[in-house]
Design a protein around this ligand. Sequence first.
Ligand code: NAD
Ligand code: DAU
Length: 332
Amino acid sequence: MAHLLVTGGAGFIGSNFVHHVVAHTDHTVTVLDKLTYAGNEASLAGLPEDRVDLVVGDIADAELVDGLFEKADAVVHYAAESHNDNSLHDPRPFLDTNIIGTYTLLEAARRHDTRLHHISTDEVYGDLELDDPARFTEHTPYNPSSPYSSTKAGSDLLVRAWVRSFGVRATISNCSNNYGPYQHVEKFIPRQITNVLRGIRPKLYGKGENVRDWIHADDHSSAVLTILDKGEIGETYLIGADGEKDNKTVVELILQLMGHSPDAYDHVTDRAGHDLRYAIDSTKLRTELGWSPTYRDFEAGLAATIDWYRANEAWWAPAKDGVEAFYASKGQ
Ligand code: NAD
Ligand code: DAU
């Protein structure tokens, strides 16, 4: 049994990980989360109080972080500003949290010699052409496009430097696009599902030809737990589930699964600098650590996600109008 500190554990993927840890281990967890617009205490509802507690605070608060590291056997670092569109509008919080916040955690890990796992994204590698047979691997050069992905790339490089220069016991994972319950309605899949539920037509950026490599959040969590248990210090692992789909296909599938005509969507203003395609080769994680995904049927996973949003309007409704007003102001 161990005590884990999970930063960003009230967000989409972090809360999924906390549920996963409670279900599959006997570890206890402290969540450190600032509860920004993206954090939601309700995503942790139902977890046993003797196993999980929530500390509301900022990962860039060195004193708070220091006290929490003192009690933790390991730290899993999810906290971030995570949305590309927001980073194009106001990059500053991305620098504060993704760069300074990660630096603050690394300094605490160094002081306390704490095992740290850093959660990152495939976006650090930039994008691929649609017909490129290559996929991202651990050896692909960093080439981020957006303020969001460049701050995530910066945070990865800080982790690597703290491993090499100070002997911090850290690992990194870079995962592809997650889907599943509890994802904020600003993101592509929940935005379109909740649009349909609200009688609004789904919105596709540009031509909709951009490709994302979808993985269910449960599979991301099982991969992170595997790396925490068996990963080699200083190593990077790519996490993906061979789920490449273009955005047009995903919107059409959502409409079809929700009983609407597959062409009942609008094309809207494209995202500035929009990455064309992400694709992950997760051979290293699968062969060296023995991980594999359990969700192999995207349509079934998407249908279950739609059911979750249908049943949990109280969770997402408070954010919906504000998000749509923001997008409308950008012509999206
Ligand atoms: P999210 O936006 O849903 O959640 C982020 C959480 O971090 C929120 O609970 C928020 O309150 C918290 N937070 C933000 N700033 C903080 C601060 N300064 N101090 C403490 N807490 C703070 O994001 P997500 O989609 O769950 O992503 C989590 C992590 O996974 C991020 O590091 C992201 O880069 C990475 N990631 C996400 C995806 C994806 O598809 N969503 C894919 C790969 C990697
Ligand atoms: O690849 C991993 C990344 O996936 C994570 O690092 C990010 O935190 C996460 O937000 C996600 O980034 P994307 O930018 O790929 O996700 P988003 O859900 O914002 O958009 C997915 C695709 O859908 C992208 O090509 C843009 C497009 N899109 C998005 C929205 C919100 C639309 O066509 N219409 C929309 O309304």
